[in-house]
Design a protein around this ligand. Structure first.
Ligand SMILES: Cc1cc2nc3c(=O)[nH]c(=O)nc-3n(C[C@H](O)[C@H](O)[C@H](O)COP(=O)(O)OP(=O)(O)OC[C@H]3O[C@@H](n4cnc5c(N)ncnc54)[C@H](O)[C@@H]3O)c2cc1C
Length: 387
């Protein structure tokens, strides 16, 4: 067993960390206050390789291993949770769908423009107003007319839709066939009949925007089907497996940032004649947070390692997401507690971290859904073990 990162992974972590320290962390408060996606910074991420992490080099991507991608998302989230989610959804949901299931032609045409930083981003649209966890209950439909798909329906909470070049959309192409009647269609955002609402008013994570998307007889060419007709749900589950590891990494990054804020505040603030760092109750808060973060990071890297080995990582990924996202909320809660009233102020960064962390137990599969996945796999395969 070797727990060391490779030299390449260590250098990558440092490069992303330095980039985030300079370009994102100093802007985090402004991003959250104004609820603005930092577009000029995202532009700089293209040449860094942060916008095509799962895209093969043939199409201009950086083709990273899963551990390196997790490291990058963790570091981005250390700078700002919302911005990290924008980049995570672009890489792990939008780009990954095309990279995994696209034809040669789709990959060549669609991927290079969205990974350079000069162009737009990508989205994956699964959720609908009446169906999030229960995706078999979606109502958006597509039918073939000549050499076109005609799409009718609506999607909600679609991250990056307002910034996207295309939205990979889960639809029913054969509503009578249940889960085998679902397909994925790539919908360019300039498609006639497609409309994207203004960003949702969220609790936090100002660096990411989610939108309602309507398809009113939206027409796309027949060749924009992704993979084969009827495979949409299986494709979705595969994409979400990867997304879970990534949201776990994102949560580790937020928690790490919150812990660092708590530590530095505790070293400065004095009560009852000594700094907070000398009070045992505060020491326990930081010790618990550090232990939690360490455990979550190991779980995330282990799930990513399984992915890199080509092994099944559904159970390990769901467990990593469940633990890391709930842990991040605990870590951010403790950081606020250590700051006292200042922790509740928007002038201090821990407030925004707490609000970003809160989202992570919901997006890309709630904690309850992770527990369902883990339990199902436990009965099918037995307990989680180190391979
Ligand atoms: C900021 C943000 C960004 C998002 N980005 C995207 C995106 O890019 N693309 C996209 O498609 N979606 C996106 N979503 C939607 C997100 O994936 C869904 O909100 C999530 O999957 C939960 O679905 P729901 O909101 O419909 O809740 P529901 O499915 O209605 O669930 C409500 C509650 O019931 C629980 N529950 C449901 N079923 C069960 C069960 N069988 N057993 C136990 N408990 C259960 C859930 O865990 C939850 O607590 C985003 C959401 C947010 C908030």
């Amino acid at each position: 067993m070797d727990f060391r990162l490779s030299e390449e992974q260590r250098l990558w972590r440092k490069a992303v960390h330095d980039f985030v320290s300079k370009e994102i962390k100093p802007l985090a408060q402004e991003i959250n206050e104004k609820e603005e996606i930092p577009r000029p910074v995202i532009q700089k991420m293209g040449p860094m390789g942060l916008l095509g992490m799962c895209v093969p080099e043939t199409y201009g991507g950086s083709e990273l291993d899963a551990i390196s991608s997790a490291i990058a998302i963790e570091e981005l989230a250390w700078g700002d949770g919302g911005t990290a989610l924008t980049i995570e959804a672009h890489n792990e949901l939008g780009c990954a769908s095309v990279a995994l299931f696209g034809t040669e032609d789709q990959k060549q045409t669609l991927l290079p423009p969205v990974i350079s930083g000069e162009g737009k981003l990508t989205s994956l649209a699964l959720t609908e107003p009446q169906a999030g966890s229960d995706l078999r209950n979606i109502r958006t439909k597509a039918h073939k007319q000549g050499n076109q798909w005609i799409i009718q329906g609506s999607k909600s909470w679609i991250t990056n839709a307002g910034e996207a070049d295309f939205i990979v959309t889960l639809v029913k192409t054969n509503p009578d066939e249940g889960s085998s009647g679902m397909s994925m269609i790539i919908v360019p955002t300039d498609t006639p009949g497609l409309s994207i609402a203004p960003p949702e008013k969220k609790m936090g994570a100002g660096g990411t925007h989610s939108h309602e998307v309507r398809y009113d007889a939206a027409k796309v060419p027949a060749e924009y089907l992704l993979g084969k007709e009827g495979e949409g749900l299986q494709q979705t589950l595969k994409i979400l497996d990867g997304g879970r590891v990534s949201v776990g990494a994102l949560s580790v990054g937020i928690a790490q940032a919150a812990l660092e804020e708590g530590l530095s505040y505790a070293k400065e603030r004095e009560t009852f004649g000594k700094t907070l760092s000398k009070h045992q109750a505060i020491q326990w808060l930081v010790a618990d947070a550090a232990t939690d973060i360490h455990a979550a990071r190991l779980m995330v890297y282990y799930a990513a390692w399984l992915k890199d080995q080509g092994k099944s990582y559904t159970k390990a990924g769901a467990a990593a997401k469940l633990f890391a996202t709930e842990m991040a909320e605990r870590a951010a809660y403790s950081a606020i507690q250590i700051h006292g009233s200042y922790g509740y102020s928007r002038e201090y960064p821990v407030e925004a971290m707490y609000k970003a962390a809160r989202l992570m137990t919901i997006g890309e599969g709630t904690s309850e859904i992770q527990r369902l996945v883990i339990a199902r796999k436990l009965f099918e395969e037995g307990p989680l073990r180190i391979e």
